[in-house]
Design a protein around this ligand. Structure first.
Ligand SMILES: [Zn+2]
Length: 381
């Protein structure tokens, strides 16, 4: 059975003490990869549990808990984009069959995957999914008590879906709790936000996160390779993963499975004299495009950050390369290139020719590498 993450204990106790959950909609907002979904599911299970314990945690023994674990609870439903549904279901099964508390929940929050086909599935929560809740709320269910709708991530609702949800929140059904989980709450409709009790989910300090990471076994086989299913042994390595993840410990753990590719990527883009856009495009053409763009976004962020403030957020272990490159790259050009990447991040989720897509971003990166002498233009969004 899942247990609460150590950095979430306080917020759990606060919510429970104040009986704050008598609202009809809750918005859990915070950084991706910090365990919000895990928390939301624990909350749902505890509210549905027939005999919660003194800490207000689900007992894990009653019929309700059994249904919840088997994903058959008639009073609980979870709405996710089509592209996440399979991952979420797989991970939920793993949670329920694992004594490890939160690796699985991390993977649900994992922002990327390496399978190109999945990225083309629906990335949004549709109006039909929200309309489909009517049957759940009004027709089905078991006995009395809460019905709980978990929406993850809330910012994935398209405009029509968000409007449909807003109507439900304006006239909330009795005994129904909507739990919205958002990584980027600013992308949730303001009128929806204002109807929710908003909870800012905590993020652990770096040292606490590393301690937690080193106590965990790395298990997700779909993210790792044979031989990688082992505990983190080296705190420095854990720190490196944590920084690369943007200080999201659950996400950081999953990076173990792709760290080799990541290091090769940094090797390829970190040395201007060896940079070959065409060769790199070929190497990466089968990887999820959004992953590649995300890597490059983080790299450019650090180039800018180091140029203007001498700070590195993500690539702590590549200071020498960042320092050297930052002298060759014009920060303003890098800012423009980052904007260009942001526009390509959106495009990466549409059907495109992977090879051409990558060649374009890498050819422009090549221009960026010599931008100290002449500032290039990059395509607008
Ligand atoms: Zn129970």
């Amino acid at each position: 059975m899942e247990t609460i993450l150590i950095w979430q204990r306080e917020i759990w106790a606060t919510l429970m003490q104040k009986q704050n959950l008598r609202c009809h909609a809750l918005l859990l907002k915070g950084r991706k990869g910090t365990g919000k979904l895990s928390f939301a599911r624990l909350l749902a299970q505890s509210l549905l549990c027939i005999k919660p314990n003194t800490g207000h945690f689900a007992c894990g023994q009653c019929a309700s808990c059994h249904w919840f674990v088997c994903q058959t609870h008639p009073n609980f439903t979870m709405i996710t984009p089509e592209s996440m549904a399979e991952t979420c279901n797989t991970q939920i099964k793993r949670i329920n069959h694992s004594k490890s508390d939160s690796l699985a929940s991390h993977n649900k929050e994992r922002p990327v995957n390496n399978k190109p086909a999945k990225s083309r599935l629906g990335q949004q929560i549709s109006i039909d999914q929200i309309r489909g809740l009517d049957d759940f709320v009004f027709l089905t269910g078991h006995q009395e008590g809460y019905k709980i709708v978990l929406i993850y991530p809330a910012e994935a609702m398209n405009n029509a879906a968000a409007s449909a949800l807003l109507k439900k929140l304006e006239e909330p059904p009795e005994q129904t709790l909507f739990i919205l989980v958002a990584h980027q709450f600013q992308h949730v409709l303001p009128t929806i936000r204002s109807r929710c009790q908003q909870v800012t989910m905590p993020v652990p300090e770096a040292e606490e996160a590393v301690r937690w990471m080193m106590q965990r076994c790395f298990m997700p086989p779909e993210f790792g390779k044979p031989g990688e299913s082992q505990k983190l042994q080296d705190p420095q390595h854990a720190h490196m993963l944590l920084a690369l993840s943007g200080y999201s410990p659950l996400y950081a753990l999953s990076l173990q499975g792709e760290i080799e590719e990541y290091q090769q990527f940094i090797g390829a883009i970190g040395e201007p004299e060896r940079f070959d856009p065409m060769a790199l495009s070929q190497v990466l053409q089968n990887q999820d495009l959004s992953v590649t763009v995300h890597w490059l976004q983080k790299w450019c962020y650090d180039l800018i950050s180091f140029s203007v403030a001498g700070r590195i957020r993500y690539h702590l272990h590549w200071k020498a390369q960042i320092s050297r490159l930052s002298k060759q790259v014009n920060p303003r050009a890098c800012m423009n290139y980052l904007r260009f990447l942001n526009s390509r991040q959106l495009l990466s989720r549409h059907p495109v020719n992977n090879r051409l897509f990558l060649e374009e971003i890498f050819i422009h990166y090549e221009k960026l590498l010599v931008s100290a002498s002449s500032v290039p233009d990059f395509p607008a969004g």
